[in-house]
Design a protein. Structure first.
Length: 319
């Protein structure tokens, strides 16, 4: 008897995992699950855990890891635009119509399902309405509200927190330290001292440049590790989409840590009842969230960060 693939250690035994395990044991798992959260890598690990338990169950003629299993089908975004096309969706649906080869059922894992274009989403909706027999569909996304409402209403939702470790990219801790120190100098005031103003601006653009360097290096390191684990038959355009997705996901996590660093900087002052700091913090977080929103419409991350830091220069010195 094979040992089931482990769940992410941080999530093992949580209520959501317990519900899924119980449903699998009772053979009552829904045919369509939406797995969503902030960390795609965590969602992939959970999807593999579910697929492993379904495909390598009692009655299977042979056992394979999910990403190598003949009855496990993957759908991924492709190309630099990272879109899930109508043709790729039709190809997946065609595979699901065939009887399983060695397992009791079939499993489809749809990576970043929010990247489906409108045509692909409508095609897939028909499959959700009338799913093939003995088939489980696992939809993965970090942006569930980007899906069609008709798709969201036909799947069982599970939200998972990130099970990943804190970012340990080279130079990132030093970047955050320098960012907090810069905020501290801003709150001391700038006035009409041109030399001091220039110092703040040079620091700002230094932070922008270093952010890009940290992001590029960390992306390259993570891609190098993940590339070795990818299926050999993966298409080149799918690899491009995965690498782009790594950069986007890492960028999002770095920006979340900037938000947390801003809150941490302000907390002692807020505890002391500093009302100007409260207003500055609210304004800064709103500006950061606006910058993150612009990234979703393909604004360059350096331009977004520059806009946020320039706003911070005004916000914190006028508090």
């Amino acid at each position: 008897m094979t040992v089931a693939a482990p769940w992410p250690a941080a999530l093992a035994g949580t209520p959501a995992i317990a519900v899924i395990e119980q449903a699998i044991t009772r053979q009552r798992l829904s045919h369509s699950l939406l797995l969503h959260g902030d960390d795609l890598e965590t969602l992939v690990a959970i999807a593999h855990g579910i697929a492993d338990r379904l495909l390598n169950a009692k009655g299977a003629a042979a056992c394979f890891p999910p990403d190598q299993h003949p009855d496990c089908f993957l759908l991924r975004p492709a190309g630099k635009m990272r879109q899930v096309s109508a043709d790729a969706t039709r190809e997946l649906i065609g595979k699901l119509q065939v009887s399983p080869a060695v397992a009791p059922r079939k499993v489809a894992i749809l990576h970043e399902v929010d990247r489906m274009n409108q045509t692909a989403a409508n095609i897939f909706l028909k499959t959700l309405e009338e799913p093939p027999a003995h088939t489980t569909l696992l939809l993965l996304t970090t942006r569930p509200y980007s899906l069609l409402p008709t798709i969201r209403s036909r799947v069982l939702h599970f939200r998972f927190p990130s099970a990943g470790t804190p970012i340990a990219a080279d130079g990132w801790s030093a970047w955050l330290d320098d960012y907090r120190a810069w905020l501290g100098r801003l709150t001391e005031g700038v006035g009409a001292d041109k030399k001091l103003v220039a110092d703040h601006i040079f620091t700002l653009y230094g932070l922008v440049a270093r952010f890009g360097t940290v992001l590029d290096f960390a992306t390259a390191e993570i891609w190098k590790q993940q590339k070795e684990r990818l299926p050999v038959e993966l298409k080149e355009e799918e690899q491009v989409a995965i690498e782009t997705g790594i950069a986007n996901g890492l960028r999002a996590r770095l920006l979340v840590e900037i938000e947390q660093a801003t809150r941490t900087f302000a907390l002692p002052r807020l505890t002391a009842g500093d009302e100007p700091t409260r207003r500055a913090l609210v304004a800064a977080i709103e500006k950061l969230e606006h910058a993150v929103g612009l990234l979703r419409v393909n604004l360059n991350e350096s331009a977004a960060l520059e806009s946020f830091l320039l706003s911070s220069l005004r916000i914190w010195t006028k508090r």
